[in-house]
Write a protein that binds this ligand. Structure first.
Ligand code: AMP
Ligand code: MG
Length: 336
């Protein structure tokens, strides 16, 4: 086997180790999901969760993938954006492994990693990325040597909004898949339904989005007696249409012809269907990686680390600190 690059992801709920070979062939990630007992994510509890599982996850990866330390050529980790206490665990583990194995350390931008694993998996070349995850909602495209943010949420991430709505209805974290199921079942029984049936605000502002108003309005609709399935369906229709509208405008403005989905919400079949329809209508290509590479995963961090190393872009100890508010366009793109 050629050498491998290990990637460590710890921006929020997910703690994950993954790897790619030096030729860019990804392997599965070894992940653990912190699930709060109640309420939203508690950063220090999530960090404890990650810290407790570090050695177990890395040992499983090495054993099941038949890897010895000599095979590992570099270790990449999410430097940001994310929750400080969680990021710090991933960075510390990575520094320790880099020191122990005497291999380069590569701090990577989590949002950019979603693009690079998507390019690796789908073969798209110069896409607009619609990045829809728990904490982030951004429309991103490359301009020169940066990935620019063309539009984004002005308040909470779309996944966060879905999880919060689910929580108010007694549905456990993560709420997105359960909302998808309730919406699908309801719509199968009500195929003629129109979105005006459960009126919700539409949340596009120019190229930006917001989801708090939509969240509160959806909760209100349930309180008014609307069926939960109907509200879930309308909530998805509104939130996803808003994202697709901004993504379409980004395609038009940038002149690009590929739309790539990434982030956990990109697992949703309805947002994939909307992407397919919009792209067909404008002669563009809509594409997405398989689900294990949509949600946060260590493999995507390894893949971006690999691309950076190709251009000798590693991270020395002095600049290996985390950056919870790292911006997508902060990172200089040195690779093709
Ligand atoms: P990430 O932050 O990228 O790891 O993604 C996690 C987020 O994706 C959570 O907010 C989940 O609720 C959401 N999610 C996962 N699967 C789905 C799905 N099938 N539909 C909608 N949201 C989803
Ligand atoms: Mg993510």
């Amino acid at each position: 086997m050629s050498g491998v690059i290990i990637g460590v992801e710890s921006t929020a709920h997910t703690f994950s180790f993954g790897l790619v070979t030096e030729d860019g062939e990804p392997r599965k990630s070894y992940s653990a999901l912190y699930r709060p007992e109640e309420g939203g994510i508690h950063p220090r509890e999530a960090a404890d969760h990650h810290s407790n599982l570090a050695s177990q996850l890395i040992s499983r990866l090495m054993e099941e993938q038949n890897i010895v330390s000599n095979d590992v050529k570099a270790i990449a980790y999410s430097q940001g954006p994310g929750l400080g206490p969680c990021l710090r665990i991933g960075a510390n583990v990575s520094r320790a492994l880099s020191d122990q194995w005497k291999i380069p350390l590569v701090g990577v931008n989590h949002c950019v990693a979603h693009i690079e694993i998507g390019r690796n998996q789908t073969g798209c070349i110069d896409p607009v990325l619609l990045y829809v995850s728990g904490g982030n909602t951004q429309v991103i495209a490359r301009a020169g040597n940066r990935y620019q943010v063309l539009g984004e949420t002005l308040d909470i991430g779309i996944g966060n909004m879905l999880d919060k709505f689910a929580r108010t209805q007694g549905l456990a974290f993560p709420g997105g898949p359960k909302i998808e199921q309730l919406a699908r079942e309801w719509h199968e029984n009500n195929p003629e339904a129109n979105v005006d049936l459960v009126e919700l605000p539409y949340s596009v502002q120019g190229m930006d989005l917001n989801f708090s108003g939509l969240l509160n309005a959806a909760i209100q609709k349930v309180n008014e007696g609307f069926e939960l399935g109907a509200v879930c369906w309308s909530l998805q229709e509104h939130a996803f249409s808003a994202c697709i509208e901004v993504a379409e405008r980004a395609l038009a403005h940038s002149g690009k012809s590929e739309l790539l989905l990434g982030g956990g919400v990109a697992c949703n079949e309805r947002i994939r269907e909307m992407t397919r329809i919009m792209c067909e209508q404008r002669g563009s290509v809509g594409t997405w990686p398989e689900k294990q590479y949509c949600i946060d995963n260590g493999t995507m961090i390894a893949e971006l680390g690999r691309r950076m190393l190709e251009t000798n872009n590693s991270t020395n100890l002095a600049s290996s600190g985390i950056n919870p508010s790292l911006r997508t366009d902060h990172t200089v793109v040195t690779w093709d």
